[in-house]
Write a protein that binds this ligand. Structure first.
Ligand code: SF4
Ligand code: SF4
Length: 139
């Protein structure tokens, strides 16, 4: 591969780009490892036609750099989407568990309340039986 000279900012690459991108800007972003900035500068709109590469008097391998950058950005976005989906799944699971726990708590309270009323009924029945027994014994 021919040795490339530094970018002279001549702008020839931008003139020939059919996607109206600024390849020299993308070059700068990617060399600075600024993937997010490259994404904002529409890196993924590059069709990989290679015209910028051909037009570059500094023989900078624009196409290869841009192509690698696109792959890296696509992978980074895929990782981000996976992480977001995992976070959403985790949040949904936590909410589901919390709803289940609330339902169980409500059930426990209902059971405790019905047990308490059963105790009250049993106590009333016992008092009635005692009164009846006392009456049958007479004064
Ligand atoms: S390879 Fe991409 S950046 Fe270069 S001229 Fe083609 S579309 Fe534009
Ligand atoms: S054609 Fe090459 S030297 Fe000129 S601005 Fe684009 S990348 Fe830089």
């Amino acid at each position: 591969m021919a040795t490339s000279a530094p970018c002279s900012r001549c702008g020839e690459c931008a003139i020939v780009c059919p996607a109206q991108l600024q390849p020299q800007q993308l070059l700068h972003d990617l060399r600075e490892r600024q993937l997010a900035a490259a994404g904002e500068h529409r890196l993924l709109d590059c069709s990989e036609c290679g015209y910028c590469d051909l037009a570059c008097a500094s023989t900078i391998p624009l196409l290869a750099i841009i192509r690698d950058g696109k792959r890296a950005l696509e992978q980074a976005r895929a990782r981000q989407a996976t992480a977001l989906a995992a976070r959403a799944r985790h949040r949904a699971r936590v909410e589901r568990l919390s709803r289940c726990e609330q339902a169980r708590e409500q059930q426990r309270e209902q059971i405790a309340a019905s047990a308490a009323s059963a105790d009250a009924v049993a106590a009333a029945v016992a008092r009635a039986a005692a009164r009846r027994a006392a009456r049958s014994r007479g004064p």
